[in-house]
Design a protein around this ligand. Structure first.
Ligand SMILES: Cc1cc2nc3c(=O)[nH]c(=O)nc-3n(C[C@H](O)[C@H](O)[C@H](O)COP(=O)(O)OP(=O)(O)OC[C@H]3O[C@@H](n4cnc5c(N)ncnc54)[C@H](O)[C@@H]3O)c2cc1C
Length: 471
C-alpha cells in the first residue's frame, strides 16, 4: 500500500536522524530474502536500545502505525517485510548488536537481539564454550529473528531448536512497556513460561530486545563424513545405525541429493566429493570433547557391511570439512534448472520414522499431477525435516505445472497432514504459509493462539498479516 505522508521528526529525535531511513536507503529492507514479498513503509527505524524501541512502539501506537520488526531479513517465509494494507514502520534491530556478557561458569550468554548467530558462536568459542545453533545464514541472521522463528539448522539432532536454547528474554510490549524476563535459571516452576510465547511468535506479540541463551561444552574433536546411500530406502536405517553406534556425538545428519551437487561444485570451484555417484548422499558430523574418529570409522564400516552405503569419504582437514558443508549450504543452487523459480520448496517435518513415506508420497503426487516434474528432498533428516523441491524441468512441463500448481500444493499439504506433519519445521509461517497452515491445527488451537494475540496486542499493532490465518 502507498504510505501516507507522516511527520517523522519525533522518531528522529528518539533514534537519531541517521537511523530513520527513507526512500532508496530503506528500499533493500522492504523486500524479503527470496525477493518474493515487497512492501512499503513510512520509514525503516533503527533503535539502539530497548528504551528507544519502547519509545518507537509508543509513537506507533499514537500515530496508528503498525510495527514490522526485522533482524537480518534472512527469513524465508516473508514475515520480516510489510505487505499489509495499514501504515507500517519497519523496526530494524541490527544496531542492537552488543554481546553483554559471556558467563563461562554459568554456561550462559546475554545478548541484544540484533547480534548475529556467528558473532555469538565466536564469543562462546573465545570463552571455551559452544553456542550450538548453526545454519547457512549465520553471518546475517540475528538472535532476535532466530528466536522469533524458532530457528533450527544443522545441529538440532543434538541440541534442539532455538526454543531449547533460550533461558530468558526481554521484550517490548504493545503499550511500550519493557518486560524484563532475563532470567538464567535452569529450573523455574513458578508459573506460565512467558518467554516461550515469544519463541516462534514471528514479531506478532512484541519486540524481543535481549536474550539469555544456553552455552554448551566445546567440542574440540569434530569430524564430518560424506557417504553415498545405496538407495533412499536405506536412509532411515542408516540414521538409526548412526544413533546407535555414535550416540551423543552425532551432531548433524543431512540428506544431500546428487541433483545440485555438481552445480554447487562448478559454481564454487569445488571438487565433487564422490568418485562413484549415487542419487543421494548423507553428510553427517560427529562432535565431542573426546576423539570421534574410531566411532566414525566403526559407523561407516558397519553401514557398508549392512549394504546401506556404497562409498564414503571422511574429511581429514578443516578445509575439506568446510568444503563438504559448503555443498550442503548452497543447496539448492540458483540457476540449476531453467524453471527452478517456478518450483515449490517445502519446509516439512514429519515424525522421523515416516520420512520415507513422506518423500515417496510427494514424488507420487508430483508424478501424477505433472508427469515428468522433478521431485527431490534434501535437508535435516535427523530432525524429520525435509526440504522437498518440486519443479518443471522441460519447457512443455511449465504450462501444466502452472495450471495445476495449486492442486499440487493442496495434495502435498494434505499428505503432510495425513502423516501428522507440519508445513513449517523451522522457517515460521510468515505470510507465505498463513492460509495453507490453517488445516494443520484444530479451530480450538487457533482460537487459543488468537486469545494470546488479543491479550498481548489488542490493537493488532505487531506484524499484521503474519502467522495467524484470517478470522
Ligand atoms: C541461506 C539461508 C539458510 C537458512 N537456513 C536455515 C536453517 O537451516 N534453519 C532455519 O531455521 N532457518 C534457516 N534460514 C532462515 C533464517 O535464517 C532464519 O529464520 C533466521 O532465524 C531469521 O533471522 P533474521 O534475523 O534474519 O530474522 P528476519 O528475517 O529479519 O525476521 C524473521 C521473523 O522474525 C521476526 N523478528 C525478527 N527479529 C525480531 C525481534 N527482535 N523480535 C521479534 N520478532 C522479530 C520478524 O518480524 C519476522 O517475522 C536460512 C536462511 C537463509 C537465507
Amino acid at each position: 500500500m502507498k504510505q501516507p505522508p507522516v511527520e517523522l521528526d519525533q522518531l528522529r529525535s528518539i533514534v537519531g536522524a541517521a537511523n530513520v531511513l527513507e526512500g532508496g536507503d530503506a528500499a533493500p529492507l522492504l523486500t524479503d530474502w527470496r525477493n518474493k514479498f515487497h512492501g512499503e513503509a513510512i520509514a525503516v527505524v533503527r533503535p539502539g536500545s530497548a528504551d528507544e524501541v519502547a519509545q518507537v512502539v509508543q509513537w506507533c501506537a499514537t500515530h496508528d502505525v503498525v510495527v514490522v520488526t526485522q533482524g537480518g531479513n534472512t527469513g524465508l517465509s516473508g514475515g520480516s517485510v510489510p505487505v499489509d494494507t495499514r501504515t507500517a514502520l519497519v523496526l530494524s534491530l541490527t544496531r542492537m548488536n552488543q554481546i553483554e556478557s559471556v558467563d563461562a561458569e554459568g554456561w550462559t550468554m546475554t545478548v541484544q537481539a540484533g547480534v548475529t548467530i556467528e558473532a555469538m558462536q565466536d564469543a562462546a568459542a573465545a570463552a571455551g564454550r559452544l553456542f550450538a545453533p548453526d545454519w547457512g545464514a549465520r553471518g546475517t541472521a540475528t538472535i532476535g529473528g532466530a528466536i522469533a522463528t524458532d530457528a533450527g539448522g544443522n545441529n538440532v539432532v543434538r541440541y534442539g531448536n532455538l526454543r531449547d536454547q533460550v533461558m530468558g528474554l526481554e521484550a517490548v510490549l504493545a503499550d511500550g512497556q519493557v518486560w524484563n524476563g532475563l532470567r538464567a535459571l535452569r529450573k523455574d516452576s513458578s508459573g506460565y513460561d512467558l518467554k516461550q510465547l515469544f519463541v516462534g511468535s514471528e514479531g506478532t506479540l512484541g519486540v524481543i530486545t535481549r536474550a539469555v541463551v544456553k552455552l554448551h561444552p566445546a567440542t574440540p574433536h569434530e569430524r564430518s563424513a560424506f557417504a553415498a546411500l545405496t538407495d533412499l530406502d536405506s536412509l532411515m536405517a542408516l540414521f538409526a545405525m548412526a544413533r546407535d553406534t555414535v550416540g551423543e556425538a552425532l551432531l548433524a545428519f543431512e540428506l544431500v541429493p546428487e541433483v545440485g551437487v555438481q552445480k554447487v561444485c562448478d559454481t564454487f570451484d569445488l571438487v565433487h566429493p564422490m568418485a562413484n555417484r549415487s542419487e543421494f548422499y548423507v553428510l553427517c558430523k560427529l562432535a565431542s570433547g573426546r576423539p570421534v574418529d574410531d566411532d566414525l570409522t566403526n559407523f561407516l564400516t558397519s553401514a557398508a557391511e549392512a549394504g546401506l552405503i556404497t562409498d564414503a569419504i571422511v574429511a581429514s582437514t578443516a578445509e575439506q570439512e568446510s568444503r563438504l558443508w559448503k555443498i550442503r549450504e548452497e543447496l539448492p543452487p540458483t540457476g540449476l534448472y531453467e524453471h527452478q523459480a517456478l518450483g515449490l520448496k517445502m519446509d516439512t517435518a514429519v515424525p522421523i520414522e515416516r520420512m520415507g513415506e513422506y518423500h515417496d508420497a510427494v514424488r507420487a503426487i508430483a508424478a501424477e499431477v505433472v508427469p515428468g516434474a522433478l521431485a527431490y528432498g534434501f535437508g535435516h533428516v535427523g530432525d524429520g525435516n525435509l526440504h522437498m523441491m518440486v519443479l518443471p524441468v522441460t519447457d512443455d512441463q511449465v504450462e501444466p505445472f502452472l495450471e495445476r500448481r495449486d492442486e499440487l500444493i493442496a495434495r502435498i499439504d494434505a499428505a503432510t497432514f495425513d502423516l501428522d506433519g507440519t508445513l513449517s519445521a523451522e522457517h515460521g509461517v510468515g505470510r507465505d504459509l498463513r492460509t495453507r497452515v490453517e488445516p494443520q491445527k484444530s479451530p480450538i488451537e487457533w482460537e487459543l493462539m488468537r486469545t494470546i494475540k488479543r491479550a498481548l496486542d489488542p490493537d493488532g499493532r505487531f506484524n499484521p498479516g503474519v502467522l495467524l490465518p484470517s478470522e
